[in-house]
Design a protein around this ligand. Sequence first.
Ligand SMILES: [Zn+2]
Length: 135
Amino acid sequence: MSDICMCCDSGAKMSAFSNETHRIEHHGLVIEIEGLSGFRCPVCGEIEFDAESAERYAEASDALMLEARRSTGKELRRIRKKLGMNQLEASKITGGGHNAFSRYETGKVTPTAAVINLFRVLEKHPEELEELKRA
Ligand SMILES: [Zn+2]
């Protein structure tokens, strides 16, 4: 690893840090990873974890994404059922292909923010659903 920051053009030397706790936030979920070490640019703050820390950070980050997807999936399922729609009808409204909703609800695929926002709005204004079904 180069000891000069590759992220900014300052030419600054990366300085070592160890045993730090880093926090990752994703869609309102938070995870803290302890005991991380690596190097940090004193100018731009860019971090390069050492191999072991990078691996743990990536694993924790992946786990958080998965948890966020599952949680979003549960929310979409709850709202869809409340609206009295099956997955196919929900897929037609959101335009993601005939089994898109099944993949969202099981957490296999992350729905776009537009899909999540639409369902949150529909939960508050279920009467608008008829308008969408006619379109
Ligand atoms: Zn830098």
